[in-house]
Design a protein around this ligand. Structure first.
Ligand code: SF4
Ligand code: SF4
Length: 216
């Protein structure tokens, strides 16, 4: 009968194995703990961390996105869906000719690589430090334009509204528009089914048509 081969490099006699195993445990007891007490204790992310996206506004509240779809083409995960549309004087979302009528990012696909923000020609799309994006529903992971659009800061009026009088699109990118012109009012979002009187009374608590999830 052939002799059983010996285990290479084995120095501890078999009966000592359980004790040797506890040696590893005892050594670990005196090491610095690596456990993170999440979510009770939140860790601060690096300043340029790639988290949830944000669609930025100009200082007067108009949107920077021009609906060009370059971000969607740059995305390796096919996570972005954009539909552009024309601005009109009665319903203007951005200073130029076009705006992003529908904008969605599917976080079930997104790998947070940042290629989309590199591709954006207007710096409309950037990434925030927010990383808590988990959800149990696939539909909830598709963020709509309304969820991604930056909040209103001082001096801003919610879009749609008129361009700052006496300026053009280039002036916005040159930083010449620093706040909404005095008396600027939000226009009714007619393309989203909002009636003029509703717009005056309520700046939109109902989910607009563009909030519908289109992409999958
Ligand atoms: S971060 Fe990367 S994967 Fe996510 S939407 Fe942008 S390009 Fe696509
Ligand atoms: S976010 Fe930027 S790249 Fe994407 S559609 Fe808007 S302007 Fe174009």
């Amino acid at each position: 009968m052939a002799e059983e081969p010996k285990e290479a490099g084995r120095t501890t006699p078999g009966f000592q194995n359980p004790v040797a195993g506890f040696g590893v445990t005892f050594k670990a007891m005196f090491k610095k703990r690596l456990t993170e007490q999440y979510p009770e204790q939140q860790k601060t992310t690096a300043p340029r961390f790639h988290g949830r996206h944000q669609l930025n506004r100009h200082p007067d509240g108009l949107e920077k996105c021009v609906g060009c779809e370059l971000c969607a083409w740059a995305c390796p995960a096919d996570a972005i869906y954009v539909e552009g549309a024309d601005n009109t004087d009665e319903e203007r979302y951005s200073p130029g000719e076009r705006y992003g009528r529908v904008y969605q990012i599917n976080y079930a696909r997104c790998i947070l690589c940042g290629l989309c923000i590199e591709a954006c020609p207007t710096r409309a799309l950037t990434m925030t430090n927010e990383f808590e994006l988990a959800d149990s529903s696939r539909a909830n992971l598709i963020y709509t334009k309304e969820q991604l659009l930056a909040g209103l800061e001082d001096g801003m009026v919610d879009s749609p509204h008129a361009i700052y009088p006496g300026t053009d699109e280039q002036d916005y990118y040159r930083g010449l528009v620093t706040e909404a012109a005095p008396g600027t009012e939000r226009q009714p979002a007619l393309s989203q089914g909002e009636a003029p009187q509703e717009a005056a009374a309520d700046s939109g608590t109902d989910e607009p048509a563009s909030g519908e999830v289109v992409g999958r």
